[in-house]
Design a protein around this ligand. Structure first.
Ligand code: G3P
Length: 224
């Protein structure tokens, strides 16, 4: 499962990338609005930091297919080939997905709440479909199960599309999809940090250090 950061805060992205193995960054208009700066200024900064080979996902905001397609071309032109254009999984969006995928532009179908949206997106040429796990949960449905169903639909129909699960609020939700082997998950920095954050883990590591120092002296390591 690929692991992406769902954020546009450059300091938070740099901090997470320093410590953890990250495959890319996803954004959406709400995330960009929180940055409070011109969108391309922020996106170009993220691209420069993560490098040209990492995935960057950027959402189109037009209401019609032609507008979405025009945005998609512009996004890829400015941010590089390995930039995925996020297109909402609505009727105009499926039309835009067909246009953009036909031009060889990578598409991520977003705002996915149902398996059949993902099915249509895959048939329209999307490379990823992004089910919103926590938002689906909040509607009273099972977001994890929707993501699993989409993964199975793609596999059983030999579709060249993968799940890019999104909208997580805790590490347990990510774990469930990691166990299922979905293609990718995009996760906010605070939830990524929660993957390996526990006083029990810290205590175990501290005890090893103290035992070693008892043997060799304060501050000594295997370099000394
Ligand atoms: O971009 C889609 C996803 O990241 C939304 O997450 O936290 O706003 O439900 P959230």
């Amino acid at each position: 499962m690929k692991l992406l950061i769902d954020d546009a805060n450059i300091a938070a992205i740099k901090n997470i990338c320093e410590f953890y193995p990250i495959d890319g960054v996803t954004t959406n208009p709400t995330i960009l609005s929180k940055a409070g700066r011109p969108p391309y200024e922020v996106l170009e900064e993220i691209r420069a930091f993560i490098g040209k080979n990492a995935e960057l996902h950027v959402q189109a905001v037009s209401r019609d297919a032609e507008g979405m397609a025009a945005e998609g071309r512009c996004i890829v032109k400015r941010l590089g080939k390995n930039t995925f254009v996020k297109i909402p999984s609505v009727p105009e969006g499926f039309k835009a997905m067909k246009i953009l995928s036909g031009e060889g532009i990578n598409v991520t179908a977003t705002a996915v709440y149902t398996p059949m949206q993902a099915f249509l997106a895959a048939k329209s040429g999307a490379r990823y479909a992004a089910p919103y796990v926590n938002r689906i949960d909040n509607l009273g449905y099972d977001g994890i199960q929707v993501a699993r169903d989409i993964h199975d639909i793609f596999g059983k129909n030999n579709m060249q599309c993968q799940v890019l699960a999104a909208s997580f609020k805790n590490s347990q939700q990510v774990l469930e999809l990691c166990k299922y082997g979905v293609g990718a998950a995009t996760v906010s920095p605070d939830v990524i940090e929660a993957f390996a954050n526990s006083p029990v883990i810290d205590a175990a590591v501290q005890a090893f250090i103290q035992d070693f120092e008892t043997l060799t002296g304060p501050g000594r390591t295997l370099v000394d």
